[in-house]
Design a protein around this ligand. Structure first.
Ligand code: SME
Length: 163
């Protein structure tokens, strides 16, 4: 059962708290789809200004939509396309203050103004997917969010070989 919690405002406290919530709701799960689904839901609760949060998974030469929270979204993204495909190609998180300034941004929701995308890496460094979060606010994410979400994404590291 989900228990309402109040997240710390300070990012130095917020992310360790979030990591514990993510472990609480995904730690005992052996199925990757179920774990990613609850992971998305916890993030949606933790980031009330996020209008979309979820996963794209590497399948052959493209990213395919995985579990998410938000409006319907594009289901396939070619390597190197959009913010997600760029994160995959460059093997680097993307922090986009204003999506209208990102060349090739793929707009799934006209209310999105900023975005952060975190690559999901296996232990050998190869990428098995990305975590994508959109916000209705411009400049909603910064390098502290990049580092915090990267640490939180490691909670799912055990599923890398499922994809
Ligand atoms: N904006 C992303 C596409 C996914 S929708 O935001 C859910 C991109 O440019 O890759």
């Amino acid at each position: 059962m989900y228990l309402e919690v109040t997240y710390p405002r300070d990012k130095g406290e917020f992310y360790p708290f979030l990591e514990e919530q993510l472990k609480l709701y995904t730690g005992g799960e052996t199925d990757s789809v179920a774990a990613l689904a609850n992971f998305s839901s916890v993030l949606a609760q933790a980031f009330p200004r996020a209008n979309w949060v979820g996963f794209y998974l590497v399948r052959g030469g493209e990213l395919v939509l995985g579990p998410f929270q938000g409006r319907p979204a594009v289901s396939r993204i070619p390597y190197g396309a959009g913010v997600c495909g760029t994160a995959w190609r460059e093997n680097a998180a993307q922090v986009v203050e204003d999506v209208s300034c990102f060349s090739g941004h793929i707009a799934c929701d006209c209310n999105t103004h900023s975005e952060i995308v975190i690559p999901l890496r296996r232990s050998d460094g190869t990428i098995w997917g990305v975590l994508d979060m959109d916000s209705v606010e411009q400049g909603a994410f910064d390098l502290a969010d990049r580092d915090g979400l990267t640490r939180c994404a490691a909670v799912l590291g055990r599923f890398g070989d499922d994809f």
